[in-house]
Design a protein around this ligand. Structure first.
Ligand code: FES
Length: 95
């Protein structure tokens, strides 16, 4: 199990290795990630990874381009619905 820490509430959730961050949808009360399409198409779920970026799967080119189009450039921004968990991370909702 790996720890996901949500900021600014500091809420911590444990999820098993290899799951998608969409699993957080029913785990959080505060700092809940606003999932929409869950397929990388709507831009609702933008997060900023504050720590542990290497513990997520690599960002695909399509995801990177979409994030830039939404105004979120930089390696720390991800679409939560496109993230697979491989270690502990600290996140916050980006908007
Ligand atoms: S939920 Fe639509 S892009 Fe992530």
């Amino acid at each position: 199990m790996f720890k996901i820490k949500m900021m600014p509430s500091e809420t911590e959730v444990l999820l098993p290795a290899g799951v998608q961050l969409t699993e957080l949808e029913h785990e959080l009360r505060e700092d809940n990630i606003p999932f929409g399409c869950k397929s990388g198409a709507c831009g609702a779920c933008v997060i900023e990874v504050l720590d542990g970026l290497a513990n997520l799967n690599n960002k695909e080119e399509d995801e990177d381009e979409f994030l830039e189009m939404l105004g979120f450039s930089g390696p720390g921004f991800r679409l939560a619905c496109q993230c697979q968990l491989n270690g502990a991370v600290t996140l916050r909702v980006a908007k």
